[in-house]
Design a protein around this ligand. Structure first.
Ligand SMILES: NC(=O)c1ccc[n+]([C@@H]2O[C@H](COP(=O)([O-])OP(=O)(O)OC[C@H]3O[C@@H](n4cnc5c(N)ncnc54)[C@H](OP(=O)(O)O)[C@@H]3O)[C@@H](O)[C@H]2O)c1
Length: 305
């Protein structure tokens, strides 16, 4: 079908959870790439909706009629999910079930991009997609969300991220490290937790590629050559030319956390690289890239540096 000007309609992408950490980077990124983006959140977006409510969700999707849904809506508090498993289920599983029901019953050509997490891994990494090991309720609920997404035509991306947050009320691990040490505060970073996150910008690029290609399947999206959170903090501080005096190295045994944390979440991204024809960057290169952004936006230096 052609529109009145005989040009093909721009693909409409609904980004749910658009008001969160990833959404605040992704939405402008997708708009710059030329998509007709509809941003949804519980409030403060183009479409305000609680996606745990089935009928209002089906109605809202009927109105937007997206070609692609990027689902970022989630209950992302790891400890909160442990304390309130029902809320974890509602935010991380039921939301996906409602979106998948709409696609299955009313718009089977619509593609779903479901964002998941590296928390589904544990044991020595880097992990390919088949080696799931669930150690907390957040991971359990995100994994169940993947299963709900897999009922329709879906790209499921497991990831972790860092970089300069564009979201007023949310910070990343690198925001926390950079701001703490530049303010002269002392922080404890874990040497017994390994990860391989990508920058927010790198993740936005990967999601945009998934929107463009719509290749179905389950993929890890992370950096090459992951490291411990302690190594990450020192590498970030060194690249920012900040003092490392306030960085204390500890382990997860030193603190009492509500939810158990996986010890090694590093991801093997060969499947994503092959399917999408890209090479993921090394974590050190991603750190360099985010530091440029922090410097541009003037992270204050710690006293004496
Ligand atoms: N942040 C990370 O480090 C990280 C790491 C790995 C994977 N991920 C995954 O990446 C995705 C995005 O994470 P994020 O950090 O951007 O999350 P976030 O900052 O916590 O934002 C979550 C978004 O979801 C919305 N939302 C939550 N419950 C909803 C509901 N019932 N109905 C409608 N909207 C709802 C929130 O709206 P309100 O503003 O109204 O709360 C917010 O816009 C998630 O799937 C997460 O699991 C994140």
């Amino acid at each position: 079908m052609k529109n009145s000007t005989d040009t093909p309609r721009t693909d409409r992408v609904l980004v749910t959870g658009a008001t969160g950490l990833v959404g605040c980077t992704l939405v402008p990124h997708l708009r710059r790439a030329g998509y007709d983006v509809v941003a949804s959140g519980r409030s403060g977006a183009d479409v305000s909706i609680d996606l745990t409510l089935r009928v209002p969700t089906l109605r809202a999707l009927d109105e937007v009629r997206p070609d692609v849904v990027v689902n970022l809506a989630a209950n992302t508090s790891v400890d909160g999910c442990e304390r309130e498993p029902h809320q974890a289920f509602m935010g991380n599983v039921h939301v996906v079930e409602n979106i998948a029901e709409w696609i299955r019953s009313r718009a089977p050509a619509t593609h779903l991009i479901q964002i998941s997490t590296d928390q589904v891994y544990d044991g020595p990494g880097p992990h390919p997609e088949g080696t799931v090991c669930i150690v907390n309720t957040y991971a359990f609920s995100k994994y169940a969300g993947e299963l709900a997404a897999a009922n329709v035509d879906a790209t499921i991306l497991r990831t972790n991220l860092f970089g300069r947050s564009r979201c007023a009320h949310r910070t990343t691990i690198s925001d926390w490290i950079a701001r703490s040490i530049s303010a002269g505060d002392s922080i404890t970073v874990f040497e017994d937790v390994l990860f391989s996150p990508v920058s927010l910008e790198g993740l936005a690029q990967a999601i945009t590629l998934a929107v463009e290609r719509r290749t179905p399947g389950l993929f890890n999206v992370g950096a090459r050559e992951g490291m411990s959170k302690a190594e990450f903090a020192f590498a970030l501080a060194a690249t920012l030319e900040l003092s490392t005096e306030g960085i204390r190295v500890g382990t997860t045994q030193d603190v009492s956390l509500v939810a158990r944390r996986p010890s090694d979440m590093r991801m093997d991204c060969a499947r994503f690289e092959e399917a999408f024809g890209v090479r993921m960057p090394a974590l050190r290169d991603e750190i360099e890239a985010v530091v440029e952004e922090y410097v541009e936006h003037s992270i204050p230096r710690a006293p004496g540096t």
